[in-house]
Design a binder for this molecule. Structure first.
Ligand SMILES: [Zn+2]
Length: 179
């Protein structure tokens, strides 16, 4: 993770910090203060390029200020924030309850579909800018789509969020169509 994110801490004029959240959940989130957290469960299923695509998407939420300042205030006051601040390494271990209501969740997002689309586009531009694999976002969403129906509870989460299959198709269409 450090290896992948080192060069992006000042991406696009932002001040970002990246952490791995030691949870099996397949998830990632971003908060207004520039904290981008990738869950271990997501890291396990994505290759480096796909992870960079997800990271680019999350940077998009920070850049477009989708995370509200009110949420930031609540977050700063939370025990979770203190736990993150206290950890010096790249890994921060937090209880689910401390993070549950905070930040963006990759599946069960509080963001609108248009904000997700905007961040998907940002993620794609991020990949192009850094000459990463522009097809990696599509394959990341395909992997997420393949989870649907396989894991209990995931279906319910997906129903409240843009369908990853559609997001994958959109990324495919924006990167030159089918192979
Ligand atoms: Zn998002």
């Amino acid at each position: 993770m450090e290896r992948l994110t080192r060069k992006h801490v000042n991406e696009d004029g932002l001040q970002l910090n990246f952490k791995v959240y030691l949870s099996k959940d397949v998830n990632a989130n971003a908060t207004a203060d520039g904290s981008i957290r990738v869950y271990a469960g997501l890291m396990d299923m994505m290759n480096d390029q796909e992870l960079l695509g997800v990271i680019g998407h999350e940077i998009g939420h920070v850049k477009h200020a989708h995370t509200m300042s009110a949420m930031r205030t609540a977050y700063m006051a939370s025990a979770g924030r203190k736990a993150v601040a206290a950890s010096s390494g790249t890994a921060a271990k937090l209880a689910d309850s401390e993070l549950g209501a905070l930040g963006e969740k990759l599946f069960n997002s509080q963001f609108s579909q248009s904000q997700e689309t905007e961040s998907d586009d940002y993620g794609l531009a991020f990949m192009q800018k850094h000459k990463y694999n522009v097809k990696a976002l599509e394959s990341a969403f395909r992997k997420l789509a393949s989870l649907s129906g396989k894991q209990g509870g995931l279906d319910q989460m997906l129903s409240s969020h843009p369908d990853p299959g559609s997001r994958a198709d959109r990324m495919r269409d924006k990167t030159g169509g089918k192979k």
